[in-house]
Design a binder for this molecule. Structure first.
Ligand code: PHE
Length: 337
C-alpha cells in the first residue's frame, strides 16, 4: 500500500507537470481529486489495512491528497494569471482603427459648390416653400390658365390651387414681392414633378435658380455671368453655346450647353453623340413677370436662370442613374464623400 502511494505521488507529479490547458487541469482534478478519483479509492482501501499500520498509511494518504491539492491550486492560479494578463494586454504596434465619419450628401455638396461661386460674384441666397399656390408656381410666372406651357411640367396637385412646386422659379416672385431692386440672388431648393421614375428623371429633384434685376441688366450680363460660372464649375477650357429656347417667364429665352467634358466634343453616350451637354435654362425676365410683382418693366430689366442639381451632379461625377442619388446605399454614398 505504501509503495502504491509513493507510485501515485510520482504519477501525480508528472501529470501536474503536463497540464497545459484548462481542460488538462479539469482532467487532473477528475482523475485524482474527485470523489471517484484515484486518491479517494486509495482512502477506501484503508479499511483493509491491518490496524497497526492504519495510522501511518492514513498519514501518508493525507499527505498525498494535500500534495495533489497544492499542485492543483498552483496550476489553477497560473491559468488565472495568464488570463488576466491577456485581458490587459495592449499591443502598441497595432495600426489605429478608423472610425467611419459621415459627410455631406452629394446633393447638398453640389448646391454648396454652386452657391459659393455665385456668392463670390455678389449673389445672396434665398429660399421659399415647397408647397406652392398655383399663383406663385404658374400664374405670376406668366403661365396663363389653359396655356399649353403648363404641360411642360407634370404637376402634383394637392388641392385645386395648391401644388408641390415644379421648379424654384416661384421663389423669384416671392423675392421680388418682398424686396426692392437691385436684386441679385440664387435660390436652391427641392422640386417635384409627376414623372415616371427612370435613370434620367425622378419625382423629386433639386434646382438652383438665379435672378438679377436692376435698371440696366442686359443679355450680355446674363451670358458673361453664366460663362464665368461654367468655367469655374466645369473647368477653364469648357466651351459653351447658347441655344434659343422658350420659357413663359423669360423673353428671350435660351438654354446653355457646355462642351462634353467626358469625350471633349468627340461624341459619347452621355452627350448622346452630340459633343454638347445641356446644363441650364435662362433668359431675360418677361415684362409680364415684372408687372405681376408691381415692378415697372419700362424702368427695370433682369435675367434669370435655373439648373437641375441632380443632373449637374450626375454629369460632374459620372453617375449613371438619378435613383442612386436618393436611395442612400452606403456603398454609393461612400464613393461620393
Ligand atoms: N424654371 C425653369 C425650369 O424648371 C428653368 C428656368 C429658370 C428657365 C429661370 C429660365 C429662367 O425648367
Amino acid at each position: 500500500m505504501l509503495e502504491e502511494i509513493s507510485k501515485t505521488k510520482l504519477e501525480i507529479e508528472a501529470a501536474a507537470a503536463n497540464i497545459s490547458s484548462r481542460e488538462d487541469l479539469q482532467a487532473f482534478r477528475v482523475t485524482y481529486l474527485a470523489r471517484k478519483g484515484k486518491i479517494a479509492s486509495l482512502f477506501a482501501r484503508l479499511r483493509d489495512v491491518p490496524p497497526e499500520q492504519k495510522r501511518s498509511v492514513g498519514q501518508e494518504l493525507n499527505a498525498l491528497r494535500s500534495f495533489a491539492e497544492e499542485l492543483f491550486k498552483e496550476r489553477e492560479k497560473h491559468f488565472e494569471e495568464s488570463r488576466k494578463e491577456k485581458k490587459g494586454f495592449l499591443d502598441y504596434t497595432l495600426p489605429g482603427r478608423e472610425f467611419p465619419l459621415g459627410h455631406t450628401h452629394i446633393v447638398s455638396r453640389t448646391i454648396a459648390d454652386i452657391q459659393s461661386i455665385f456668392v463670390r460674384m455678389g449673389f445672396s441666397i434665398a429660399t421659399g416653400p415647397e408647397l406652392e399656390s398655383d399663383y406663385y408656381n404658374f400664374e405670376t410666372l406668366n403661365f396663363p390658365a389653359d396655356h399649353p406651357a403648363r404641360d411642360m411640367q407634370d404637376t402634383f396637385f394637392i388641392e385645386k390651387d395648391v401644388v408641390l412646386r415644379t421648379h424654384t422659379s416661384p421663389v423669384q416672385i416671392r423675392l421680388m414681392e418682398s424686396r426692392k431692386p437691385p436684386i441679385r440672388a440664387i435660390m436652391p431648393g427641392r422640386c417635384y414633378r409627376n414623372e415616371v421614375i427612370s435613370a434620367r428623371s425622378h419625382v423629386q429633384f433639386h434646382q438652383i435658380e438665379g435672378l438679377c434685376v436692376d435698371t440696366r441688366v442686359t443679355f450680355t450680363d446674363l451670358k458673361s455671368t453664366l460663362v464665368a460660372f461654367a468655367r469655374e464649375f466645369y473647368g477653364e477650357t469648357t466651351a459653351y453655346r447658347f441655344r434659343p429656347s422658350y420659357f413663359p417667364f423669360t423673353e428671350p429665352s435660351a438654354e446653355m450647353d457646355i462642351s462634353c467634358f467626358l469625350c471633349h466634343g468627340d461624341g459619347c453616350r452621355v452627350c448622346k453623340f452630340t459633343g454638347w451637354l445641356e446644363v441650364l435654362g435662362c433668359g431675360m425676365v418677361d415684362p409680364n413677370v415684372f408687372k405681376a410683382v408691381g415692378y415697372d418693366p419700362e424702368e427695370l430689366t433682369g435675367y434669370a436662370f435655373g439648373m437641375g442639381i441632380e443632373r449637374t451632379a450626375m454629369l460632374r461625377h459620372n453617375i449613371p442613374d438619378i435613383r442612386l442619388i436618393f436611395e442612400n446605399d452606403a456603398r454609393m454614398l461612400r464613393q461620393l464623400g
